[in-house]
Design a protein around this ligand. Structure first.
Ligand code: ATP
Length: 617
């Protein structure tokens, strides 16, 4: 009995040891895992197993180390696995899928030089096709004779496209519709395809390309290695895509790693009346409270012209991007913005316009599981470009801020819009105007239907961002200080009439026609038409120009802002603290240069603060 008792007494010691042992093991395992993660973070492009020529090319582009998605996706793709990857916007997905495709082609060419199209990259928009094609050229700069690429989305005739394909490019970049058209006509052969990539995979489906995709899938040989990328893949879309293309894909959901670089993106929302949006925008851009390249999103094309003309009243320069403009113009606008020629792009993100309500998408985001109905081509509005998209995939360089002048109608659209800033580890801000329910419809001239549910959409956005460890903070402008500028805003708004907007819209299109290479010959043969087009609308109704609005009189400037402007550090928005020396320099040392897109800085000189910015606790 005693012995038994002793035995009973002893167990605590044994228990403690038994508990300590797995604890230790767990600790050891965690340490090991942490070490592996740290080591993985230090991997170089060469260590991922890439061809030296590709490593040389990324080095030339200034990529020092692979990003998370590149570290994870490239080795899997090189092993020949299908990959389904969800990673945040601006995280470097393009290189993650292009480099393995190029590597595969280089590998094959060592033993087999038969001309064949081995890689097909499908993207939802022409702008994106252009960008991906450029990326391929850059990544293959040191093996250009071994890799040829063609894009099929240019505004060129079928004949030109046929001749492009007759050269049997190694890689083809295309929208699904164009790709299928070329396969169907026999111009493109996918019989020997080895690599298929779907970029912005969910959008590829929701743009109504599913039929084209199914057709393409049927024409391809079995066993094509498939990579799918997006920042917002939803489960139903994943299932559809898996069903169409993948054998047994490895799912890389890199969302848990969100937050690693997220403090670099600061998100604000401003509750504002419909007319105050215009007032605040005028203040922000005239006083250059946000400095650096900026993207402003509005709900529709008319509104983008309205805002542009409104800004012109104050001599604030901006340019327009929308689906109505010819694709070459759109590409030019993006290029010029990236070169620093424009600082403000006003984009109308017309996905909802083109396809109707985004409600289905919203429902799915809420996890209610409603199947998305296929949006067939017949359902699209004809006039505009179906292969257009601003908020998706386009790599606008160094965007300091994204302003949602009109809130998008879905949380996923918000994610993609704000993904145009704070890319590749840079800083950026997103500022969104939200019209509270009680203020909706209160200022008829500036009211717009899409903002009726702003508050509901905001709640969804907050939830969706929360899942990515991100948060939006409220930002309030001082009413009192804004009032001094109100009459100027009203003056400007009055000058921008509906007729002036229509005139601006047609003027822009007319200019494009005049510049059109395709019509050059026609105009040479019909000079009278050219003259008509040139002078048509010359006496039209341009927005009335009001000289007194071009400058902000001294007496209107708040003391601090006045100081900022005279200092030559105009309107810097130092939302974050940095040391004093860096205060007026761009992150990349752009002292004195116009494009200091650093948006971090000390609070002290914050001109927004001088407008008595109040952040709710
Ligand atoms: N390893 C790297 N080091 C430095 N910069 C990089 C690296 N990889 C990509 N970049 C740069 O980061 C930017 C964003 O890359 P990319 O366009 O591929 O992002 P993305 O994930 O496809 O974004 P989106 O979801 O918006 O399409 C580009 O300017 C690219 O040149």
């Amino acid at each position: 009995m005693k012995r038994k008792l002793n035995q009973d007494d002893e167990p605590p010691a044994t228990d403690a040891a038994a508990v300590a042992e797995p604890e230790k093991k767990k600790e050891k395992k965690e340490k090991k895992e942490k070490k592996a993660v740290e080591e993985e973070k230090e991997l170089s492009f060469a260590e991922l197993g890439l061809d030296p020529r590709l490593v040389q090319a990324v080095a030339k582009l200034g990529f020092e180390k692979p990003t998370l998605v590149q570290r994870k996706a490239i080795p899997l793709a090189l092993k020949g696995e299908d990959v389904l990857c969800k990673a945040k916007t601006g995280s470097g997905k393009t290189a993650a899928y292009v480099l393995p495709v190029l590597q595969g082609i280089l590998g094959r060419k060592k033993t087999d030089n038969t001309p064949t199209t081995a890689g097909l990259i499908l993207v939802p928009t022409r702008e994106l096709a252009d960008q991906v094609h450029k990326a391929i050229e850059e990544f293959s700069a040191f093996c250009a004779k071994d890799v040829t690429a063609a894009k099929l989305t240019e505004n060129v005739s079928d004949a030109v496209q046929r001749s492009l394909l007759a050269n049997v490019p190694d890689v083809v970049v295309s929208t699904p519709a164009r790709a299928w058209k070329s396969v169907d006509s026999g111009a493109l052969s996918v019989a020997n395809l080895q690599y298929l990539v779907l970029d912005e995979a969910d959008l590829v489906l929701s743009y109504g390309y599913d039929e084209d995709m199914e057709n393409l899938a049927r024409s391809m040989p079995k066993g094509v290695q498939t990579t799918m990328m997006s920042a917002t893949l939803l489960s139903a879309e994943l299932d559809t895509l898996k069903g169409i293309f993948c054998r047994n894909p490895t799912l890389l959901d890199l969302k848990e790693e969100f937050g690693e670089e997220d403090e670099k993106l600061t998100q604000y929302y401003v509750r504002t009346g419909e007319d105050d949006k215009w007032l605040i925008s005028y203040l922000i851009f005239k006083l250059q409270l946000i400095k650096g390249p900026c993207l402003i999103f509005v709900a529709d094309i008319d509104r983008s012209y309205r805002l542009k003309l409104f800004f012109e009243q104050f001599s604030i320069r901006s340019c327009i991007l929308n689906s109505e403009l010819p694709v070459n113009t759109r590409i030019k606008v993006i290029e010029e913005f990236n070169k620093g020629i424009y600082d403000i792009i006003i984009a109308s993100d017309e996905r909802s316009e083109v396809f109707g309500d985004e409600k289905e998408e919203e429902t799915k985001e809420e996890g209610e599981g409603e199947e998305k109905k296929g949006k067939k081509k017949g359902g699209r509005k004809g006039k505009r470009d179906e292969e257009y998209g601003v908020s998706r995939g386009i790599d606008f360089k160094n965007v300091a801020a994204v302003v949602n002048f009109d809130l998008p109608t879905s949380a996923s659209s918000y994610t993609h819009r704000i993904g145009r800033t704070a890319r590749a580890g840079r800083t950026g801000i997103a500022m969104s105007f939200v019209v509270p329910k009680e203020l909706f419809g209160k200022h008829k001239p500036t009211s717009i239907k899409s903002c009726e549910k702003d508050e509901k959409v905001l709640a969804k956005i907050v939830r969706a961002q929360g899942k990515m460890n991100r948060k939006l903070e409220p930002y309030n402008f001082s009413k009192e200080q804004m009032e001094a500028f109100r009459y100027r805003m009203n003056d400007a708004l009055r000058a921008v009439t509906k007729v002036a907007i229509r005139e601006a819209r047609t003027r822009e299109l007319r200019q494009e026609l005049l510049r059109s290479e395709t019509l050059k010959r026609y105009f040479e043969e019909n000079p009278a038409e050219l003259s008509h087009l040139r002078h048509d609308g010359e006496l039209g109704h341009k927005a009335r120009q009001q000289a007194h609005l071009k400058h902000v009189p001294d007496y209107l400037l708040p003391k601090e802002a006045k100081k900022e402007i005279t200092k030559g550090s105009v309107g810097f928005v130092p939302f974050k603290k940095v040391d004093k020396d860096k205060k007026h320099r761009g992150k990349f040392g752009a002292k004195g240069k116009g494009r200091s897109f650093k948006v971090g800085g000390g609070r002290k000189g914050d001109p927004l603060k001088t407008f008595k910015v109040r952040r709710k606790k």
